[in-house]
Design a protein around this ligand. Structure first.
Ligand code: FE2
Length: 385
């Protein structure tokens, strides 16, 4: 059996990679870009810095700075209008996963029209939108190298997963320097998202030898460096390892898919506005515990790649150490329970059936080594309380 692998055409990786934006645009024959970003990136001067690399080369870059965390169909609408009418030949997605996901959706809608819900899974989006050049500023979502975007439909609070080569950026500039000033909370949430991508792609039913090699490399980078980046944000070695680990984890899950954690995480985000990495963190220990019986060798390999178990440890011991590590990380990073986050118990429990339904509809749980029923998903949600 063979596996299809989808990647950006060009990646610029390492210290100050984002300062090479003009070279990347020139390689792609792009001249007139729209930077799709958020107000924080403008405030930090990151958008201006990109514009300054382009101007001496006769390239222009307008700015759309109204992307929001956990983007919605309406939050991207102004960006679609601007991209449609502005005579741009590419979009530069600058920011965390939300900015990059927004840019991916804008790129398709500006060129092909319609609404983003028209493009949601199970439709596979093969249309080419405006070329997207992604510059991530967090080490987490891996969106710069994935064929996915997630946009919330505010009409029914559904986080819509959109899939296809049409959402793959043409280029990614992976510059860990942009993460040096991230606060610990964001470092933890996005870092656990990357950790989740690497584990889920390794245990996914769609895993291949190719995605395994990316996932294991990601775990070897993330395992020893997540805490270091959290406690000492200025540590360049830790930031560089986390950034590359996040990108490799993105490559892994873009080609092997995520599984039950992500399937269950999206409804928590959609209904209760929990940031994506945080809802993953809430779920990761319980879902791993649930799934280990169906893939105990694979989870043991995760524990070894992360550096929490040794080659001498039996799979059973390694699995126990993995669960301990995931719980310890949540404690150290002060990951709240849903209750501590401020979610009302009744509201959470009332939504459980629809959350389970949305989780299953996203397709992700069917990639899990142990495929849950709706009742089992509800039981795991209850267990978080
Ligand atoms: Fe994720």
């Amino acid at each position: 059996m063979s596996t299809q692998v989808i990647l950006p055409r060009l990646m610029q990786i390492g210290e100050n990679a984002s300062q090479e934006t003009h070279n990347v645009l020139s390689s792609l024959d792009c001249q007139r870009s729209l930077i799709v970003t958020d107000k924080m990136m403008v405030q930090l001067g990151y958008a201006t810095r990109i514009q300054e690399t382009l101007a001496p080369h006769g390239m222009t870059a307008d700015v759309f700075d109204a992307t929001v965390p956990e983007p919605t169909a309406s939050s991207i609408q102004a960006g679609v209008e601007k991209a449609r009418t502005g005579n741009y030949d590419c979009l530069i997605a600058l920011g965390g996963g939300s900015a990059i996901d927004s840019a991916k959706a804008i790129a398709i809608l500006a060129k092909h029209g319609g609404e983003i819900r028209d493009y949601k899974f199970p439709r596979i989006v093969t249309e080419a939108g405006l070329p997207v050049i992604a510059i991530p500023t967090t080490a987490g979502t891996g969106s710069e190298v994935t064929r996915f975007t997630v946009i919330t439909d505010e009409k029914n609070d559904e986080k819509m997963l959109c899939v296809g080569v049409g959402f793959m950026p043409v280029a990614a500039l992976i510059d860990y320097c942009l993460t040096l000033s991230l606060p610990p909370r964001v470092t933890a949430d996005t870092g656990i998202d990357a950790l989740t991508h690497s584990i889920e792609s390794y245990v996914s039913k769609k895993a291949s030898l190719y995605s395994d090699s990316q996932a294991l490399s990601a775990m070897r980078l993330i395992g020893p460096n997540l805490r270091r980046a959290y406690h000492d944000g200025a540590n360049k070695n830790a930031r560089e390892a986390m950034m590359l680990g996040s990108t490799l984890a993105g490559v892994a899950f873009s080609n092997a898919s995520v599984a039950l954690v992500h399937g269950m995480s999206r409804p928590i985000g959609a209904f209760f506005h929990v940031p994506h990495g945080l809802s993953n963190a809430m779920l990761l220990p319980s879902v791993t515990q649930f799934s280990i019986p169906a893939a105990s060798r694979r989870y043991a390999e995760c524990a070894r790649a992360l550096g929490v178990a040794s080659e001498q440890d039996s799979d059973e011991v390694a699995n126990a150490k993995l669960i301990d590590e995931l719980r310890a990380l949540n404690e150290e990073f002060q990951v709240p329970t849903p209750e501590q986050f401020g979610i009302k118990r009744q509201a959470f429990f009332d939504k459980l059936p629809i959350m389970a339904e949305q989780a299953l509809a996203s397709g992700s749980p069917s990639n899990n080594p142990r495929v849950p029923s709706a009742e089992e998903i509800v039981a795991i949600y209850r267990h978080l309380w």
